[in-house]
Ligand binder design. Structure first.
Ligand SMILES: [Zn+2]
Ligand SMILES: [Zn+2]
Ligand SMILES: [Zn+2]
Length: 384
């Protein structure tokens, strides 16, 4: 399918994977949901087994299983089942990748590249009342997630698909389709909490910096816009691997409990998502490939909630509040384009009170340019 962003995102909607595609682990036929193309995996189409959750992609040699490197987070293909202790990409296996987390400057410079690349692909929008509301809920949730970036904010993406991506600085890119899929504020808090947890765990920072290193190692020159855009879209399409996705779910549920939201909202959201995936809704293809099967997520959350929800507390769902603030009619009526750079200029700000002075933005833009220069040097250094 040719997306509005110009990237080929998946096999045409509605056309199922070829009948020959059986899960290489359990033999289940590929479901109705279209596979998604991965830039990191050379443009190959990836699908996830709805039964056992294994992902696979076709290569010249046949179907290969896709694993997520336990060290650097990159997806990689293997022609056999790997034991859990052995989920390492070829580079990490050979010890090529440094184990430490990327430093703040490199991470910021990488995010700058990702933002610039995404700005050429995605249309970012804002909606005065809605964006304020989303930011407020995101900030409340972030306060309940340890290690969350200080300055979380939501930027809407004009896209009907269910797409979410947390940038390391705390900018949460959420598609209009994802907001429209939600039914109440507790579900919103879960969705935001899951993304904030990825940012808090530095999943995105590690993975993005790793992609930059890999590009530098390949050609000795920093990867171009295409490369960065593909890398960012891979985060949306392939996620961070089962373990990190499950952790993000559980941290989001903890935040719901702490904020006295009804945690079962998360389960209702996931059940609807599972149903959309089951009927092959192409707008759910990426979220389906990026995350473990909905049933698996529901089971784990139920387990974590067992015996913890007190009957004497009346938890909040805030359905009406949500509908009035970000309901479908309101969202579609009021969006206006916004530049992603605009939201970034304030992101590295250390002061808690956001200020919007022009001079300050210019100074921060200059700082960003300097950081990008630093990253270029770092990449050149790494390439030697
Ligand atoms: Zn399977
Ligand atoms: Zn690795
Ligand atoms: Zn996730």
């Amino acid at each position: 399918m040719e997306s509005p962003t110009g990237l080929t995102s998946a096999i045409p909607p509605g056309s199922a994977a070829p009948a020959a595609d059986l899960c290489p682990r359990c033999g289940e036929p590929a479901g109705a949901i279209p596979p998604v193309a991965s830039a990191t995996l050379g443009g190959r189409s990836v699908f996830r087994c709805s039964r056992c959750g294994t992902r696979s992609a076709r290569s010249a040699a046949g179907l290969e299983m896709i694993f997520t490197c336990g060290s650097c987070g990159l997806p990689f293909a293997a022609d056999r089942i790997l034991p859990h202790t052995d989920h390492l990409c070829p580079d990490c296996r050979e010890g090529i990748v440094p184990e430490s987390l990327p430093d703040a400057h490199l991470s910021a410079a990488t995010e700058g590249e990702i933002r610039a690349a995404l700005a050429t692909r995605w249309r970012f929008v804002t909606s005065p009342g809605v964006s304020e509301y989303l930011d407020r809920i995101a900030r409340q949730v972030a306060l309940r997630i340890e290690g969350a970036p200080r300055d979380v904010r939501v930027v809407l993406v004009d896209d009907r698909r269910l797409r979410t991506l947390a940038l390391p600085s705390g900018t949460l890119l959420i598609s209009l389709g994802a907001v429209e899929f939600l039914e109440d504020e507790a579900e919103l808090a879960f969705l935001l909490g899951h993304e904030i947890a990825h940012a808090a765990s530095e999943d995105a920072a590690v993975r993005m910096t790793r992609i930059g290193q890999q590009a530098a190692a390949r050609g000795g020159s920093p990867t171009g816009r295409e490369g960065w855009a593909g890398a960012a879209l891979d985060l949306v399409r392939l996620g961070y691997g089962r373990k990190r996705e499950r952790d993000a779910d559980l941290r989001a549920v903890e935040a719901l409990l702490a904020l006295r939201y009804e945690p079962y909202s998360a389960l209702r959201f996931l059940a609807r998502l599972g149903a959309a995936i089951g009927r092959g809704d192409p707008s759910a293809a990426e979220i389906a490939t990026a995350h473990p099967p909905a049933e698996d997520r529901i089971r784990r959350i139920e387990k974590s909630l067992y015996g913890r929800v007190r009957d004497d507390l009346v938890p909040r769902v805030n359905r009406e509040v949500f509908r009035r603030a970000a309901g479908r009619g309101i969202l579609s009526a009021s969006v206006a384009p916004v530049s992603l750079a605009e939201t970034w200029a304030e992101a590295p700000d250390e002061s808690p009170a956001p200020r919007r002075g022009r001079g300050r933005r210019l100074a921060l833009a200059a700082l960003l340019v300097a950081l990008l220069g630093l990253a270029g040097l770092a990449i050149l250094f790494l390439a030697r």
